[in-house]
Design a protein around this ligand. Structure first.
Ligand code: GAL
Length: 323
């Protein structure tokens, strides 16, 4: 059974905030879907971080075999603060469809250095008045100026995904440092906390909307650039392990509208169960003026003669596409 979690949107611009919660659907064939209702409702309590009118985006759920719990993390913005808080929220359930109970919201890895952060940069200090986007500023951000700014209180976490590796270790991947640098952070064995081990990926690369999958022993990540709700060109990254080093490869999209990811933005790459090398690239076609009218783009991931993934528009396809 497949379970699909998503932001419950409502009509109009207001629908860009969370007024209902995280919705869940189930399907055995990825075509016919059953409405499983609201897995995590927003709260009526104004003191709650998930009070109605907050922003809940990109919820993901993983199952922890040791605790038998379903663990949900999601991008959380506190009500009335725009995208300033940049937190990740945790909710836990005994049943996949919920009800999920909200546990906490955090800025991850407070007081921890990334494992791939050079020792010599830890003590480097930057002038406070660097002009945003000046060469000096970009260089300073690349070297971790924003990482250091958030070192004590914890790092920013906006667009996020999970990846569970073959050894059962789970990772929380999020856009950090003002969306300029991705962080890949290991979760604890129960998946309900950050272990403190994490890496920075392509500092100042401006990657968000991350999704990870593994094929032929290599890890692939598809991301987008950062242009808000408007689509841009996707990026394909590759690594030999989840904790890097990650390398930029190319825009994985080919053909018409490849520069706009076919008018969509990555959200997840789903391994099709029971089929080898079968992955579905899932993306959002946002409609910020009428949030409920946001649509989905699903395309099969194809592999070229060098084994590299690529995406091509298809007007129509089904699971028979995968041999
Ligand atoms: C996008 C992001 C979405 C949402 C939007 C708000 O860049 O991928 O999840 O946060 O910005 O403008």
């Amino acid at each position: 059974m497949y379970y699909w979690f998503g932001e419950h949107k409502i009509e109009g611009k207001e629908g860009n905030q969370a007024w209902v919660g995280v919705h869940c659907y189930s399907s055995q064939n990825l075509t016919d879907w059953k409405d499983e209702g609201i897995a995590l409702p927003v709260s009526k309590d104004p003191e709650s971080p998930i009070v109605e009118g907050c922003i809940i985006e990109r919820p993901k759920v993983i199952f922890n075999a040791a605790t038998q719990k379903f663990v949900m993390w999601f991008h959380l913005e506190l009500k009335g603060q725009g995208y300033k808080a940049a937190k990740t929220g945790l909710a836990v359930a005994d049943k996949v469809t919920g009800p999920f109970k909200f546990v906490k919201a955090v800025n991850p890895n407070a007081g921890k250095w990334p494992v791939n952060y050079p020792e010599k940069l830890k003590s480097k200090i930057y002038p406070e008045n660097l002009k945003s986007w000046s060469e000096e500023w970009i260089q300073a951000v690349k070297e971790g100026m924003l990482l250091k700014r958030d070192f004590e209180k914890g790092q920013m976490a906006r667009d996020m995904t999970h990846y569970v590796d073959d050894d059962g270790k789970a990772y929380h991947i999020h856009a950090s440092e003002e969306n300029l640098t991705l962080h890949i952070a290991e979760l604890t064995d129960d998946y309900q906390d950050f272990s403190g081990k994490y890496i920075r990926v392509l500092p100042t690369g401006h990657n968000e909307a991350p999704s990870i999958f593994k094929h032929n022993g290599r890890y692939y990540m598809i991301t987008s650039g950062c242009t808000g709700w408007a689509p841009n060109s996707a990026r394909l990254l590759v690594a030999d392990s989840v904790l890097g080093e990650w390398e930029y490869v190319k825009n994985p999209c080919v053909g018409e509208d490849a520069d706009l990811t076919f008018h969509s933005q990555s959200t997840f790459v789903l391994p099709v169960q029971g089929k080898k090398d079968a992955f579905i690239f899932m993306a959002d076609r946002w409609n910020p003026e009428n949030a409920i009218d946001g649509r989905y783009v699903w395309l099969p991931v194809q592999f070229d003669e060098n084994g590299l993934p690529f995406l091509q528009w298809l007007d129509k396809w089904d699971l028979r596409f995968f041999k």
